[in-house]
Design a protein around this ligand. Sequence first.
Ligand SMILES: [Zn+2]
Length: 291
Amino acid sequence: MSKVSMGEMLRDASRRGYAVPCFNAINLDMVRGIIEAAEDEQSPVILCHAEIHFKYTPLEQIAPIMVEAMNRAKVPVSILLDHGKSFSAVTNAMHLGFNAIMFDGSEYEYEENVRRTAEVVKIAKTLGVSVEGELGYVTRPKSGGAEGEDDDSIIDDTSLYTDPEQAREFVERTGIDALAAAFGTVHGVYLKKPVLDLIRLERIRNTAGVPIVMHGGSGLSEEDFHKSIDHGASKINYYTGMALKVVDRAKERFIQSEEKTFYHEFMMNVIQDFKEDAQHIMRTFRSSNKA
Ligand SMILES: [Zn+2]
């Protein structure tokens, strides 16, 4: 199994009614926990590293770890550059063995987003790398912990949502394999209860002609996830929830334990916590037993 093209993986998810989980993995412990989860659950999985996380873990250091994990895994794995914005990040990731790129041109005007995304696709195609583009804008509010600069009030701005007709044109003109769509989800922690525009999601699915990606998967209810998958989400990005949960678990263990703790014991517990959360997500996204 191991290395599988992301485009192929998502088309299978779209056909069979599940979503492939995409986890940001910023170190070896996360990579190990997530891959163990995928193998136990027999789930396909996408490991990703975001350009905004390069300051914590340089791409050059995590790439060989991810490539090795992908090649050795007993289930289909794809590795993706998440929210690549600079040309250097995109080309470095391809050079280092990533087989998928999420190019985020959502901050540009439509024509410029088309131009830049199409340019990335042109290079990626020659190397057999899948590309995800973004149309509309999934917000990143300042107080949400996802290192965003957006004003918190932006989450109510439905003019940033993806337009279904424009989605059709965007896919045709860029040649992307998957489309990240904005329909009410938010990066980081939800500052208020999310209201998802599922009718819009379904229209985008029907017009775009490629699998749809949902960003901002932390803090949604099981019901939100299931409805989003039923209405067309074939890949769901998830990080914040896991990042918070694992630290909470570690805190609890420190409070309960009076013994001294060695780092390797702490590390093994953390890997187990990442694994359990990833398994829960795989069952929720119905990707278990789809490998
Ligand atoms: Zn995202």
